[in-house]
Design a protein around this ligand. Sequence first.
Ligand code: GLU
Length: 448
Amino acid sequence: MSISQAIENIETRYTHQPEFVQAVKEVAMTIAPLYDAHPEYSTSKIFERLVEPDRIIGFRINWEDDKGEIQVNRGWRVQFSNALGPYKGGIRFHPTVTPSVLKFLGFEQIFKNALTGLPLGGGKGGSDFDPKGKTDNEIRRFCYAFMRELHPYVDKDVDVPAGDIGVGSREISYMFAMYKNLTHEYGGVLTGKGVGFGGSLMRTEATGYGAVYFLENMLDAQDDNIKGKKVLISGAGNVALHAAEKATMLGAIVVTVSDSQGVLYDKEGFNQEKIDWIKAQKSEDKPLADYVSVHGGEWFDKQKPWQFQADIAIPAATQNEVNEDDAKLMVDNGVKYVVEGANMPLTADAIDCIREHRVHYAPGKAANAGGVAVSGLEMSQNSVRQYQTSEQIDTRLKEIMKNIHDSAADASEQYGQTDDGYIDYMAGANMVGFKRVADALVAYGILN
Ligand code: GLU
């Protein structure tokens, strides 16, 4: 069966899972040159095998809110592929979580994790639970209940969840406590744990910092650099704010962050003091718009950041936040680099639009791999029961991001996708990630 037939099958079988189909098509459409060079992949039906998760575990989560009322949510863990290591990937708590969203995230995670070069398989989990407006007690009860249901399926050598949207260090701590309580085992079953009880230094910063390290490599490949560049960032979560922080440290001028309520624009750029203020405000669940009365700048209700002139855009909010019109705005406003901090923030049409205009484009599975990479380092530190310094982890993170950049750029060149200096990072990253997993599957024979 050809890849195009396989895509057709996926589209028919999973019409009700649009995000998953979108993620599969993006990979499928770029790996043809690799497939042609490796006939063993079609013989072994690697693509057909990789689009079906090893298994999906679904469960119900009963928990009690502050009024004593019983609430019922749905939870899943998609164990996609353990070809390269234990299933690895975050847990998302958000009302938009569905099997389609988790399958797209899990599918992307396989190749992202492969790109890090660390021994990590791919998976993803979550719940349609909405943490917004919940008290700390409610969050704790929900996290305990979630882990009570999930714990038989995860283990440090089997499946190692972490955070994602709606799941940060507070939630990981509650889930870790429940796992420890149920199994009597203290280990590396989750990453993103607090520093001081098994967590790695720099894990919180890693995704955002890593995205900016990736960007520096892209700029370097074009004989350019980050100093003085104007940057638009969407989102105001962990990835967005740490990307803003690192870009600012390196001399860029970050002029926007945003949330579901609107966009904050500060033409002076956010310095560290302003970023710290935003971090504190968001962690207390207070409005981003309050910034204007403290630091100046402008607030645009219910708008996105792409209307402003800039050199670089880092969408770091959520999937499909950038549509074709947004992409056109970016192009018109002079954006030359788009670096995905979130997972699949651009729709397929938006990707086509920026690539047609030769905007340099780093897909999330390459650019935001820094988070899971430091999760991989957390797992090693847990295994040897010794911890590394921030400097050691930061050095490793920089190396890993450079390796991902260089291997994607090399594959783009090797398979004829680089055109007059324009590197096809999307094709390159997909081919490198896919090849690592495919070679393992071929070696395993029919199992897996
Ligand atoms: N949720 C993050 C991601 O999308 C991190 C996953 C992890 O650390 O396992 O890659």
